[in-house]
Design a protein around this ligand. Structure first.
Ligand code: AMP
Ligand code: ZN
Length: 118
């Protein structure tokens, strides 16, 4: 995907603060963190949104959950707690159309108005 910023990060064309990589996913620090720990976990394959997930991706997204669990422990937020977010479409405010999961921790999160609850 030529114009996809996350594909460019995955290929190394654009630099990032990589925290994890394997054959299926990469994880890097969010450039605009909203919590002390703010990691993006990104499948290597270009899937624009969760709406575009196919049955063949079920195992991949299970792997994403496994990686997020491991990263939560590595970053010492597994006991204090953490939040996992994926934004899908306009009402969620999705900006980058390459499926990714935010792993957020190191502070507490409320359940205020959804649009403000980053
Ligand atoms: P969203 O699509 O709503 O999940 O938001 C995209 C997220 O990607 C935002 O939190 C951005 O700060 C983050 N982001 C955008 N560009 C980069 C980049 N080059 N490196 C790291 N994070 C990025
Ligand atoms: Zn992409």
């Amino acid at each position: 995907m030529e114009d996809c910023i996350f594909c460019k990060i995955i290929s190394g064309e654009i630099p990032s603060e990589l925290v994890y990589k394997d054959e299926q996913v990469v994880a890097f620090n969010d450039i605009n963190p909203v919590a002390p720990v703010h990691i993006l976990v990104v499948p290597r394959v270009h899937i624009p949104t969760l709406n575009d997930m196919e049955e063949e991706h079920k195992e991949l997204l299970g792997h994403v959950a496994w990686v997020m669990k491991k990263l939560a422990r590595e970053h010492n937020i597994h006991e204090s707690g953490y939040r996992i977010v994926t934004n899908c479409g306009p009402d969620a405010g999705q900006v980058v159309f390459h499926l990714h999961f935010h792993l957020l921790g190191g502070r507490s999160f409320g359940y205020g108005r959804p649009a403000d609850d980053s």
